[in-house]
Design a protein around this ligand. Structure first.
Ligand SMILES: [Zn+2]
Length: 70
């Protein structure tokens, strides 16, 4: 006995134009670079802000990501 088939509507994915995604991609990339700078390079000669406050705030993240520290 043949099995009955039911029609399932095809899923349609929303199409987002690249021009709408580009600002968010640039913002995300910029934010990533800033965060990686503060985690990985905000120390010593590369320090943007005086003191060690930022270094201490991101210290654990630095070690988790394997950046050389001390
Ligand atoms: Zn350390």
């Amino acid at each position: 006995m043949p099995q009955a088939t039911t029609a399932v509507p095809a899923a349609t994915l929303p199409q987002i134009p690249v021009s709408a995604l580009a600002p968010w991609a640039i913002f995300t990339a910029l934010l990533t670079v800033v965060v990686l700078f503060f985690v990985g390079a905000e120390q010593g000669a590369f320090s943007v802000f005086e003191g060690t406050a930022i270094h201490e705030w991101v210290h654990d993240a630095r070690h988790v990501l394997g950046y050389p520290c001390h």
